[in-house]
Ligand binder design. Sequence first.
Ligand SMILES: Nc1ncnc2c1ncn2[C@@H]1O[C@H](COP(=O)(O)OP(=O)(O)OP(=O)(O)O)[C@@H](O)[C@H]1O
Length: 260
Amino acid sequence: MSHAKLTVENLSWRPSRKAPFILHPTSFTLDCGRILGVVGANGAGKSTLLRSLYRYQAPTTGTIKVDDQDIWAIAPRSAARIVAAVLQEQPNDFALTVRDIVTLGRLPHRLGFSSPGQTCAQIIERVLEQADLSELADRQLGTLSGGERQRVMMARALAQEPRLLVLDEPTNHLDIQHQLELLQLVKDMDVTVVVSLHDLNVAAAYCDDILVMEHGHTIAFGPPEEVLTETLVSGAFSVTAQLEKLSKSQNNHFSFQLNS
Ligand SMILES: Nc1ncnc2c1ncn2[C@@H]1O[C@H](COP(=O)(O)OP(=O)(O)OP(=O)(O)O)[C@@H](O)[C@H]1O
């Protein structure tokens, strides 16, 4: 895998010509290998932004470039060699085994209907191990827990060897250990990442940059310590946010109260 620079310029989206914009024009640059956390209240437009980034929903305006390649100007198969996604919705290929599903991640790299070669098999075994799935490799998807399935989707995306990885709330369904392991895996990978997260403390701990959305607008972009202030977070989430330094870890930590 190799990471890439992501350049988003004037990106917007609305469902139709007469409909209001759900994503208002947004521009940002994410440097090679950085992790961008996208945060915002329910309905702020996070998934809408991500859908254009993983080439599912065509932008109404603007461009998305991974290094110099405009992902909406190339064929879907070529784009699938550059961008991979892990989504909230999980597939229902219940009869396929974990290894079958992870092997699907290699499809964009295969010629026609050729069968997977030795390099491909090595990549699959490596990502199964990275996602702590080696022991489940021959189990059918339908027999796995929600958290195990989520890790399978992560392994499939890694098998794609993307330069940009887009994750829409990837820690849903995961217990604390597997949440931390998945985020550490993301951090250790040689790939540029855009991830939507609801937990601001997790976002601050694992992301290099944060993009805050409110009503379809990008209201802040930058390193967590600059962006995630009490005032901005309180406004974006309509709560009273309090930031304190934890005495043991010295990490910044948000706590929240309903506005009185
Ligand atoms: N195809 C569509 N047609 C009309 N409205 C849409 C469409 N897709 C999304 N929306 C609306 O756009 C808004 C933003 O949705 P989006 O899913 O991007 O928000 P989100 O920040 O990901 O929310 P959540 O945290 O709840 O997942 C929501 O009000 C949603 O109902």
